[in-house]
Design a protein around this ligand. Structure first.
Ligand code: GLP
Length: 252
């Protein structure tokens, strides 16, 4: 059963999330970290960069793998997830850039690129961070009749395209396709940690924890993972019953 931690202070949520990374690397410096993008993850990277600056964590031996990338965007594109990861995290810590992996959204043969990325995921991740879309997507696994287990090229849901618009600099249109880890890839992690902030995510969080699974709400599949945890703020937890969530020690 997914553990749900509800935080009064988002600063505490991010401190606890960062602490999970610190502990993972303390136990296994060569750990494989599964990382996510989106506005929700930004404060986590800020916290990790700070901890690195304070000498509390090193990423020197770690491998980082990302969930997804937009189709058509080169790594140097200001709107790519490659750029996001460099700006928020990779350029500020001691991780080896050769061990920072993201799908190639600009490959001419995207199917081959997805297959190549899939092969890079053969080492089980120690921890996988996730955000959640308002429509329940994880990575870019959008609601559908069927979900794909492996890394693949996917169309983006109109809700996702609309929600991504606010993050795009300049006049560039949001791509309608992405390369994403599949749900099987996401599950190939010892632990899964999903972060959600704000009332916009309350419905998606409630449905993900409803006790039912549906490919029409991809995050609901996480209920089948043996070690998944959701760290949410009070707004994102607003539609959960009191007995479904716990208040962590920091916020108590
Ligand atoms: C994007 C990413 C997801 C992320 C989601 C939520 O679609 N591909 O991995 O979880 O957005 O983003 P945000 O944190 O900005 O709400």
């Amino acid at each position: 059963m997914i553990q749900v931690m509800e935080y009064e202070a988002t600063a505490d949520l991010y401190k606890d999330a960062a602490q999970m990374v610190v502990e993972t690397l303390a136990a296994r410096p060569e750990a494989v970290l599964g990382l996510a993008t989106g506005a929700t993850q930004v404060p986590l990277y800020r916290e990790l960069v700070e901890l690195y600056g304070a000498g509390r964590v090193s990423f020197r031996h770690a491998t980082c793998v990302n969930l997804d990338e937009y189709v058509g965007l080169a790594p140097s594109d200001p709107n790519s997830y490659h750029t996001y990861m460099r700006n928020h995290f990779y350029d500020h810590v001691d991780v080896d850039p050769r061990r920072c992996l993201l799908p190639e959204g600009d490959a001419t043969d995207l199917t081959a690129a997805a297959a190549r990325y899939q092969r890079l995921l053969e080492r089980r991740r120690d921890i996988q961070f996730l955000g959640i879309g308002r429509n329940g997507h994880i990575g870019f696994n959008e609601p559908n009749d069927e979900l794909i287990l492996g890394t693949h090229v996917t169309g983006l849901n109109p809700v996702t395209v609309a929600d991504s618009r606010q993050y795009f600099h300049g006049s560039q249109a949001v791509p309608h396709q992405a390369v994403t880890m599949g749900v099987g890839d996401i599950f190939f992690s010892e632990r899964i940690v999903l972060l959600a902030i704000g009332e916009d995510k309350a419905d998606a969080i409630a449905r993900a924890l409803s006790g039912r699974v549906s490919t029409r709400h991809p995050a609901s599949l996480l209920q089948l993972h043996p070690q998944a945890i959701f760290l949410v703020d009070q707004e994102a937890a607003a539609k959960l019953s009191a007995d479904r969530k716990r208040v962590p020690a920091r916020s108590a």
